[in-house]
Design a protein around this ligand. Structure first.
Ligand SMILES: O=C(O)CCC(=O)C(=O)O
Ligand SMILES: [Fe+2]
Length: 189
């Protein structure tokens, strides 16, 4: 597990460099802050469910991360197609990681990227396990839209926030009820 978490961290930092480049930012934009940042690893276990059609393992949400990597033992993860709001099953491919863009990249890119809305479904046959790894800045480090992406035609769309701000939000809001921290950061639609 220790080696796995180190390797996914490396891959995630490399993916962040590619995302920065796609935004015309320096590839190393925030990279030292990312390297010293938070990595939260969750092992999710979903037992078989007799009525998978009426239950969910995890409700729809976006992750409070820059990048999330997901390794799954069997399929069950679904992502929302932003074009029409339909759910698409992420296939289980041996040796492949599912990579999500989280809220932090939406904020950093001033809305050019969108956090991936996803949910975990359950099945009636077998226990499913997923290992998610969320990569973010440090606990008190504020993520904000890159100055290079904000101008008079593209005003700042999100407030600055840190991982600790997110944890404070979590302590008084239930994500299972559809509460979204990202929505509280939006300055305009
Ligand atoms: O179990 C899954 O496939 C997804 C888990 C997830 O979205 C999360 O841990 O944030
Ligand atoms: Fe998630």
């Amino acid at each position: 597990m220790g080696r796995y978490t180190k390797e996914v961290r490396k891959v995630s930092l490399e993916i962040m460099e590619a995302i920065n480049e796609s935004l015309n930012l320096s590839p190393t934009y925030l990279s030292s802050k990312m390297a010293e940042g938070v990595q939260v690893v969750a092992v999710n276990c979903y037992p078989p469910c007799p009525q998978p059609g009426v239950a969910l393992g995890l409700p729809p949400h976006t992750d409070y991360s820059c990048i999330t990597t997901v390794l799954q033992s069997s399929q069950g993860l679904e992502v929302m197609d932003p074009a029409d709001g339909t759910w698409k099953m992420v296939p289980k491919i041996d040796g492949a990681l599912q990579v999500h863009v989280g809220d932090h990249v939406e904020v950093l890119s001033n809305g050019l990227y969108k956090g991936v809305v996803h949910r975990a479904t359950v099945n009636s046959e077998r226990t499913r396990i997923s290992i998610t790894s969320l990569h973010s800045l440090g606990m008190d480090e504020k993520m904000k839209p890159a100055e290079e992406l904000v101008n008079e035609h593209n005003p700042k769309k999100y407030k600055d926030s840190s991982f600790n701000d997110f944890l404070k939000f979590l302590s008084s809001n239930d994500l299972a009820e559809g509460k979204s921290f990202l929505n509280t950061l939006k300055l305009q639609d």
